[in-house]
Design a protein around this ligand. Structure first.
Ligand SMILES: Nc1ncnc2c1ncn2[C@@H]1O[C@H](COP(=O)(O)OP(=O)(O)OP(=O)(O)O)[C@@H](O)[C@H]1O
Length: 128
């Protein structure tokens, strides 16, 4: 049986979904300052991780932090866009939606800072 485009498991549909997802990621890399900062921070953390020879468990925590931050930042941007698309007018609900999304990013960032500190601070301290 040929796999049609409207088949629930259509490979073409799956490929399209991946294409759209990559378009979203590329858009954020090219246009979103906060996402660009996260990418640079992630690269810096990975270089430090390589130089300080993190073990497997430490890398897993770092990867969870990095990709979790990327995902939340993308979702935050999506919520900002959806709110702005709905209406550019000042509204308390629009403010709540954007502030809640920003809060989600901040909560994860704070957790990442704690994890990063627990992993990296003793290793940096051991260098001196
Ligand atoms: N339509 C609105 N009504 C009320 N308050 C808003 C509205 N849009 C934005 N705000 C307030 O301004 C803040 C900043 O909103 P903005 O859309 O500029 O996001 P941002 O955090 O600056 O993100 P970015 O710089 O990535 O666009 C929001 O968190 C919210 O408190």
């Amino acid at each position: 049986m040929a796999w049609k485009d409207n088949h629930p498991f259509s490979l073409r549909r799956l490929a399209k979904s991946f294409t759209y997802a990559f378009q979203g990621i590329l858009y954020a890399i090219k246009n979103e300052k906060n996402f660009q900062i996260h990418v640079l921070a992630a690269l810096a953390v990975m270089v430090c991780g390589i130089l300080l020879q993190l073990n497997k468990i430490e890398w897993l925590f770092i990867i969870i932090c990095i990709f979790g931050m990327f995902s939340l930042e993308l979702m935050n941007t999506a919520i900002e866009r959806a709110v702005d698309h709905h209406s550019k007018e000042i509204s308390p609900v629009a403010k709540q939606a954007k502030d809640l999304a920003a809060g989600a990013v901040l909560v994860y960032a704070l957790m990442s800072i704690v994890i990063g500190s627990v992993i990296f601070l003793p290793k940096f301290a051991a260098l001196f």
